[in-house]
Design a protein around this ligand. Structure first.
Ligand code: FES
Ligand code: FE2
Length: 398
């Protein structure tokens, strides 16, 4: 670890022995489901490449169905998705010399310019399990022979039942959905931890949505009891943590006279965050009561992640859909997805420098605000289905 001589730390700072596997997971956890694309981003007949935890996957839609295959041709190694050559509904065709792989099994079915080649039928590229649910294409990333592949629902938030007005679940019928995804320049764990960090609300203190909606934003949620963070452990199902805001286990900090700051906004409404393996956030009742935010922090490599921020609301008529679309264009998009969320990306990217260059994982000085982050790290260390190894090319890059 590089030393930082200008910093003095408490000797009791380190919990890292309690979550050693998490510290190894720079490339993410394997054998889990991750979002790859919104359904509308892969129209019929098209091809797109994604990178998840170092796996390069070509996604192709044919006759309505989505297929995922390794995005590297076995012939000369080019990325198949680099150029679209979709000749028919049965094959993924490499644009360079025309190796045609079966969409279902990845087996080489023909070579455009060498139709009697002895390689045909004898070699293949790997295929990935896929699920298209709730307007999102999910890919199961990990070991090719991992069996049984768990259901997608095991890697999604639980269905909320303890709220008198529960927010909808991503897999419900009759939903309105809007959202964004994009690349952030930080390790996925910094994105994940920022997402549910009870202390990070301070970066939202002066956001446009606070001014526009007069929403109450505290200066911090200070945990006062071990019950402030609930463990979610559904047998064969989701594993996660829930910040029990709105209970007496958190002190809602509204003022700090020493720092001379007060919280803003007068409209209090119920908000709660929970976070699930392999890296999925649920925020209940945000950006408006009755809505929910789903977020993912998908590792691409060890220094970048693809962030996802998706809002859902119940929608039972065309009139409601038009109203939500109006709110999306005039409020959710500018105030939440752009202004509010840009503060989160800024914070994650600001942390990356320290965690990457100076091994912040061992040098950080955590405080009482961080108890749910520590709980998450321990839970993820215990329940993950494997730690993703770096790809060979990355281990050589130094
Ligand atoms: S590199 Fe793909 S067919 Fe030659
Ligand atoms: Fe945030």
């Amino acid at each position: 670890m590089a030393s930082t001589p200008h910093l003095k730390r408490s000797p009791s700072r380190s919990h890292d022995r309690d979550y050693a596997p998490y510290l190894e997971a720079a490339w993410g956890f394997k054998n889990h489901w991750y979002p790859a694309l919104f359904s509308h981003e892969l129209p019929e007949g098209s091809l797109r490449g994604v990178v998840i935890a170092g796996h390069e996957v070509a996604l192709r839609r044919a006759k309505g169905k989505v297929y995922g295959l390794a995005d590297q041709c076995i012939h000369r190694g080019v990325k198949i998705s680099a150029r679209q050559m979709c000749l028919n509904d049965e094959h993924l065709t490499c644009w360079y010399h025309g190796f045609c792989y079966g969409l279902e099994d990845g087996v080489l079915k023909t070579i455009v310019g060498s139709p009697r080649d002895p390689l045909i039928g004898r070699v293949k590229i790997r295929t990935y399990p896929l699920e298209e649910r709730g307007g999102i294409i999910f890919v199961f990333i990990g070991d090719e022979d991992y069996r049984p592949v768990p259901p997608l629902t095991a890697d999604l938030p639980i269905r909320i039942t303890d709220d008198p007005n529960p927010t909808p679940h991503l897999l419900d019928e009759n939903l309105f959905m809007c959202g964004v995804h994009g690349l952030a320049k930080s390790n996925w764990r910094l994105g994940a931890e920022n997402a549910f960090d009870p202390g990070h609300v301070l970066i939202h203190w002066d956001n446009a949505i606070v001014a526009a909606t007069d929403s109450f934003i505290p200066l911090g949620f200070h945990p006062t009891s071990p019950d402030s963070v609930k463990i979610i452990d559904v047998p064969d199902g989701p594993k996660g943590i829930m910040n029990m805001y709105n209970t007496d286990t958190f002190e809602i900090v509204t003022e700090n006279p020493v720092a001379r700051i007060k919280s803003r906004g007068s409209q209090h409404h119920y908000v709660r965050t929970s976070f699930y393996l392999p890296g999925c956030l649920l925020v209940e009742h945000w950006p408006l009561p009755g809505m929910a935010i789903y977020g993912w922090y998908v590792p691409t490599d060890d220094r970048h992640h693809e962030y996802w921020d998706v809002a859902i609301a119940r929608c039972n008529s065309e009139e409601e859909r038009k109203d939500l679309q109006f709110k999306h264009e005039k409020m959710f998009k500018p105030l939440h997805f752009e202004d509010f969320y840009s503060n989160d990306i800024f914070a994650r990217e600001a942390m990356q420098r320290y965690y990457d260059r100076q091994d912040g994982w061992h040098g950080e000085q955590l405080c009482e605000l961080d108890s749910s982050i520590i709980t998450w790290r321990k839970l993820a260390s215990h329940y993950n289905r494997g730690i993703q190894e770096p790809p060979d090319w990355a281990t050589d890059r130094g």
